[in-house]
Design a protein around this ligand. Structure first.
Ligand SMILES: [Zn+2]
Length: 275
């Protein structure tokens, strides 16, 4: 279920228009930096990592409730223009990096469930309408555990391994994010994607903590961020989706919220458009 706080979104800066880089030109890195105050997306050059474009969205809670049915009617979705090719890519999870306060095994299971929310049959509360035909070509699967860190997230270093890890984002291109996805793409293909969670959210000055509970909540002092909600949103980027700016009920709204672990209509349609 999705008890939602209504959110007002102010788009602070647009370096490219709308929701996307429809068909990213050439090759490069897309950096999705998500946090409690909004989202920053960057396009960086292949090779040098030079910043080419940047957009920032700041979201602010306004109180109030959105009806859950909203996310089952909103068809908004924004593929960013690169998708996983037909081979069978694997993502590995560094579960040894799970911070104290989280259960390591449960966190691993929740990360896997968050990824599988995007595979058909989708994890959703929506009864109908929803896509009735399966995806045919979304192939990333869990490939086991690793001791690697997310190389792209730390240093834009490609290592050919799609890694999910908790690691300090301080001083990296992802600094400021609670969770960060970097996608390396070339000619419409995703070549590698890494996902990192900042293990110490208190580093940003508030009493924010990760939780294995299902519920995400927060206030001005701090909050608890459900791995399931955050990871599901981030795996949307991993699959090829950009944010949907005006759809607060959808998982790909650029502001992680309670209930993001179940997909809305637009989230599912986005996957169908791509795969
Ligand atoms: Zn995001």
């Amino acid at each position: 279920m999705r008890p939602l706080t209504a959110l007002a979104v102010a788009v602070a800066a647009f370096a490219w228009s709308g929701s996307a880089l429809a068909g990213p030109p050439g090759s490069g890195f897309l950096v999705f930096k998500d946090s409690r105050v909004g989202a920053v997306t960057e396009l960086r050059a292949d090779g040098t990592g030079r910043l080419l474009a940047r957009e920032a969205v700041h979201a602010k809670a306004t109180g109030g409730k959105k009806h859950q049915a909203e996310d089952c009617r909103d068809a908004s979705n924004a593929p960013f223009g690169a998708t996983w090719p037909a081979m069978r890519p694997r993502y590995l999870v560094n579960s040894a990096s799970t911070p104290a306060g989280l259960d390591r095994q449960m966190t691993l299971e929740q990360i896997r469930r968050s990824h599988d929310a995007w595979r058909f049959p989708f994890v959703t509360d929506c009864k109908r309408p929803k896509p009735s035909t399966p995806q045919k070509s979304y192939r990333p699967i869990y490939g086991g555990e690793t001791t690697r860190l997310a190389s792209l997230v730390g240093w834009l270093e490609t290592d050919g391994v799609n890694t999910v890890a908790f690691q300090s984002l301080e001083g990296t291109v992802c600094d400021g994010a609670s969770a960060c996805v970097i996608v390396w793409f070339d000619g419409g293909d995703i070549l590698e994607a890494d996902l990192a969670f900042e293990p110490d959210l208190t580093r940003y000055g508030l009493a924010d903590f990760w939780t294995n509970d299902e519920r995400t909540w927060w206030d001005d002092l701090g909050g608890e961020w459900a791995i399931m909600d955050v990871a599901t949103h981030e795996f949307g980027h991993f699959a090829g989706l950009d944010h949907v700016w005006e759809s607060p009920a959808l998982t790909m709204f650029p502001f992680v919220h309670d209930g993001a672990q179940t997909l809305g209509l637009g989230d599912m349609l986005g996957m169908h458009a791509m795969y």
